[in-house]
Structures are given as structure tokens and as C-alpha cells.
Design a protein around this ligand. Sequence first.
Ligand SMILES: Cc1cc2nc3c(=O)[nH]c(=O)nc-3n(C[C@H](O)[C@H](O)[C@H](O)COP(=O)(O)O)c2cc1C
Length: 185
Amino acid sequence: MTQTPLRILGLSGEYRATSKSGMMVNLALSYAESKGAEIMFWDCAEKPLPFVGEDGCWEHPNVKEFQALASSCDAFLICSPEYHGTMSGVMKNTFDWLYDKHVGGKVFGLMCTLGGMQNSNTLNHMRIMLRWLHAWPVPEQLAVGHVKEAFDDEGNLTDEDMQNRLHGLVNSVMETSSLFATQSE
Ligand SMILES: Cc1cc2nc3c(=O)[nH]c(=O)nc-3n(C[C@H](O)[C@H](O)[C@H](O)COP(=O)(O)O)c2cc1C
């Protein structure tokens, strides 16, 4: 019997896929793909989401496409840069377009990047935000401090322990999503 692959959407709290947070999301997505997931990445540079509340924003085609894509996915891998001790405005605005009906009951893997020392503030704030959306962040999480030094020239993480933690996070997201899918059958 062939199993339908898990659909995983990557979201970054920065505009470019080449930003450090975009790189983290894409490393996580590549690993998920190697484990059999179908992966997608929403790039706000290619398809910007308007600010919630802007004139005409509710009918914006990017918003409708984004909400439909989120609804069609089983799980999410997300990374925000830490800005002034919390998630970026881009990340918060991205989530302000999502509701329980798009992401409720779905599994999330959380990551953040920091220019300074590693801490859990942004991860905790995203965890609280997801509670309001009735989503399920897994306990594993990743904060990449001193992010400018975190990658080699090929865009891979230099710290083997960090790399292993990234794989552990993705494995947990995929295993939890599969468990949820089995229970809802
Ligand atoms: C407005 C702003 C605020 C920032 N605040 C913090 C901070 O509170 N703590 C920290 O460690 N780094 C801070 N930084 C550095 C960013 O976290 C770092 O540049 C970012 O994680 C790099 O990822 P990116 O390429 O995805 O933006 C800040 C950067 C900006 C632009």
C-alpha cells in the first residue's frame, strides 16, 4: 500500500530564501524531503503578503493563495529571526493571515536565528502564538545564536550537534504528523 506523503510548508520570518532564517527553513525542508515528505516554501519576496488591515488586503490574491496552501498542508517548519527579543514583524504578519481553520490541529517545528547569544524568547513567543491557532508545536526546537558564523560556504551548518538537532526536530514533526493522521483515520 502506498502512503500519501506528508505535505510540509516552510515559512521564514524574513523576505529572502537566502536570509539566514530562509536557509534554516530550507535545510529543514530538504531533510524532510529526503525522508519522503512533499515540501513547499512560501517566499515573501516572490509573493508578499500585505499587512493585515491594509485597504483591500482581505481580497489580495497572495493572501487567498497562501491560506489555501496552508490549509492543504499537514505540517509546518518555521524559522524567525529574533528582532528586539521576539519574532520579526514579517513572521507575525504571516501568522495574522492564518486561523484555526487553516492550521488548527497541525504540527509545527520551531526555529529561530539570532545575531547574538542563543536564547528561547522568540521560540517561546511563537509557541504562545500557535496556542491561539490551536496548533501543535513539537517539544524539540532550535535556536541558532551568532548566526553569521553558523554556516559554511555551501550553506550547511558547521556545528554537527546543531545539525543533529535540526534532524531531530524534523523527525519529530514528521512522526507526530503521521501519528495524528493515523488517529484521525
Ligand atoms: C531590527 C533588528 C533587531 C534585532 N534584534 C536582535 C535581538 O534582539 N537579539 C539578537 O540576538 N539579534 C538581533 N538582531 C539580529 C538578527 O537576529 C539576525 O540578524 C538575524 O537572526 C539574521 O537572520 P536573517 O538573515 O533571517 O534576518 C536584530 C536584527 C534586526 C534587524
